[in-house]
Design a protein around this ligand. Structure first.
Ligand code: FPP
Length: 257
């Protein structure tokens, strides 16, 4: 279903982060692939679940650092569509951790002006967890300081495909004209229609891949890969990524002499 909110309107409102202007340039929207929990645990002889628990603490540090830096939108890749293929015990550990996280952090997120959203195939989660997502979204709906989106059972290709199906249905019903549909019209059908495109995508753990994250939305994002494992992520790492972003020249394909 397309959102009521016009993507074009959101884009027009969102300050376009220019970068290239020194370390002070702050991206409006940072997307983050939190990678390395398993390796962090393995290096300590701990079970993978210990890495995910330490990763949840890093999420808290990251949110605090994002607020302190003036970032308005933060989108975290916490569980991909492909992660369902992990051993059942690890999937249970991750979903249990998510529920605990929402229960323990919701009050503080609300008090800190954080608006919480979930994108992804939420129907694949248990009714109890879905109820927690709904509760967290309702509880924080009026907050404006930081828009925090957690991508859960999310895959960029699945999201684009779902949008294409909805577009086809809308065209069949005579609600849209395929001949005049443009990019802004199309992205209203994506699950990310309520957010501006990411200016900066950070991936931790040294891996340099998008892993099916926000494929449409990151068309012009600056990519920064950090050598830190996610559970070790701290405010200083965000500062390093923002400084790198500040050094980038963003041209959006235009030839600027
Ligand atoms: C990738 O590391 C991380 C994940 C698949 C899970 C991310 C989850 C968290 C950071 C904690 C819970 C999240 C929230 C929002 C409370 P990996 O397990 O693939 O690590 P590896 O590549 O070293 O094996």
């Amino acid at each position: 279903m397309a959102s009521d909110l016009s993507t074009a309107a959101i884009r027009a409102e969102a300050p376009r982060a220019k970068a290239g202007g020194g370390a002070a340039a702050v991206p409006c929207h940072v997307a983050l692939i939190m990678d390395g929990n398993g390796r962090w645990a393995k290096a300590r002889g701990l079970p993978r679940v210990a890495g995910h628990h330490a990763g949840a603490k890093a999420v808290r540090r990251c949110i605090e650092a994002a607020i302190d830096s003036g970032i308005e939108w933060l989108t975290l890749y916490a569980f991909s569509s492909e992660n369902w293929r992990r051993p059942a015990a690890e999937v249970t550990d991750l979903t249990t951790l998510l529920r605990q996280y929402l229960r323990s952090e919701l009050k503080e997120l609300g008090e800190n002006g954080v608006r919480f959203r979930v994108i992804g195939e939420r129907g694949r989660f248990s009714p109890e967890l879905r109820a927690e997502f709904d509760r967290a979204e309702r509880h924080t709906a009026d907050n404006r300081r930081l828009n925090l989106t957690i991508a859960l059972s999310y895959g960029g290709r699945t999201d684009i495909l779902a949008a294409a199906r909805d577009v086809a249905r809308a065209a069949k019903a005579g609600e849209i004209d395929p001949e005049t549909l443009d990019e802004d019209g199309f992205c209203r059908f994506l699950s990310t229609s309520a957010m501006p495109d990411p200016d900066l995508l950070i991936r931790t753990s040294g891996e340099q891949r998008l892993s099916n994250f926000l494929l449409w939305e990151c068309a012009y994002a600056e990519l920064v890969f950090l050598d830190v494992l996610w559970p070790d992520f701290c405010a200083q790492d965000l500062t390093v990524a923002l400084a790198e972003f500040g050094r980038r020249e963003r041209r959006y394909g235009a030839n600027v002499d």
